[in-house]
Design a protein around this ligand. Structure first.
Ligand code: SAM
Ligand code: SF4
Length: 353
């Protein structure tokens, strides 16, 4: 895979010369501050969700191809020095990674304020206490259905009861800001929208419905009929619960539009990468388990940081390459729909969904 996006962006000064990235924090040429890093700890997963994973799972790759613990810690430290405010550990399934708790603890010691994990929840019952103690302060759990059979079908074998016990354990140990994420699948979980909403409101957990992005498995023609715009989910919820009232969301809450349902404390959100593009506010880049820095979810190219780490590059040289790459190569917006062939090659498990 190449290191560059198709056309390298140029910012030209008044004299027509190419402008270098400004010193200081990470910023791209559209003026977006990059303060959020999503790290895919592993491409592997203990589920095989239909919209995310190939049925047979991700191909085996040698452990040596992964970033080693000292390599990832070094990169996190460099990002922290460049103004990182939010780290998310994701995957694949980050809780199957043997060092996940150590990374949370280390990020906390580096002074990164917001430390999040995205998980399918299967191993949460066991790991919640250690994650809480290590300093995890945000947790997203994927929950696409409340009917055990529907859940098993979407995740290709997932155990709903165990995931629900994991969510309960995370609440019991006091992990702050736990959110649920449900991918909207027109055929598979339309009838789960109300049960999921009821569950979230009852347990005081924010729930966000996400439009399916045509990436990887979900990018194949066979999955086309699954796309469901968020507005349809909103209509279903309003028909049952009454009007949803918009609530202001903090800038660090990401692209979800949040709503209040009656007097409930929990909020319902919608994430609309397809029907309402939110790239203008993008503040994130992604790091694959192989150490490739990717500037946008719609891209399959990026900067090979593992190569730089292993060829003896200095901290200053690595930081300069990161500054330069973000400035020149972070695209203005994703192109999921414009380039379907490329989107189908992009796997969330690789890029850290
Ligand atoms: N395994 C963890 C989980 O399921 O939360 C973390 C990794 S998963 C790739 C991160 C998020 O990406 C999940 O909320 C999942 O539902 C979402 N996701 C995966 N494929 C997607 C797609 N094609 N469209 C929209 N969301 C997707
Ligand atoms: Fe695994 Fe998460 Fe992808 Fe499901 S969405 S296959 S749990 S990585």
């Amino acid at each position: 895979m190449g290191e560059r996006s198709v056309t390298r962006g140029q910012q030209l000064g008044s004299a027509g010369q190419e402008v270098d990235p400004p010193a200081g924090g990470l910023v791209d040429r559209y003026g977006r501050q990059i303060t959020y890093l999503r790290v895919s700890l592993t491409e592997h997963c203990n589920f095989r969700c239909q919209y995310c994973s190939p049925e047979e799972g991700t191909p085996y790759f040698d452990r040596a191809e992964h970033l080693q613990q000292d390599e990832l810690l070094r990169l996190l430290r460099l990002f922290a020095d460049m103004g990182l405010q939010h780290l998310r550990l994701t995957g694949g399934e980050p809780l199957i990674h043997p060092h996940v708790v150590d990374y949370v603890r280390a990020a906390r010691a580096m002074g990164i304020g917001k430390i999040s994990i995205s998980s399918n929840g299967l191993l949460l019952e066991k790991l919640a206490p250690a994650l809480r103690e290590a300093g995890l302060n945000n947790l997203n759990v994927s929950l696409d259905a409340l009917d055990p059979d529907v859940f098993r079908s979407i995740t290709r074998g997932g155990d709903l009861a165990r995931v629900l016990r994991g969510i309960r354990a995370a609440q019991d140990v006091g992990i702050p800001r736990i959110k649920l994420n449900a991918v909207l699948l027109g055929k598979d979980n339309r009838d789960q929208i109300l049960p999921l909403t009821e569950y979230a409101l009852h347990h005081g957990l924010d729930l966000r419905f996400i439009e399916t992005m045509p990436l990887g498995s979900a990018g194949s023609a066979a999955r086309d009929g699954q796309y469901m715009p968020a507005v349809e989910a909103r209509t279903i919820i309003e028909a049952h619960f009454g009007p949803l009232y918009p609530v202001a969301s903090a800038r660090d809450q990401g692209p979800a539009k949040l709503f209040q349902v009656g007097q409930a404390s929990a909020r319902i959100g919608f994430i609309t990468p397809i029907s309402e593009n939110f790239c203008a506010n993008c503040n994130r880049v992604r790091l694959t388990a192989h150490g490739r820095l990717v500037y946008c979810l719609g891209q399959e190219v990026g900067l090979d940081l593992r190569g730089l780490l292993r060829d003896g590059s200095s901290d200053a040289a690595i930081c300069a390459r990161i500054h330069d790459g973000i400035w020149h190569d972070k695209p203005e917006r994703h192109e999921f729909l414009d380039n379907r062939e490329r989107s189908a090659r992009v796997f969330m498990m690789r890029l850290g969904g």
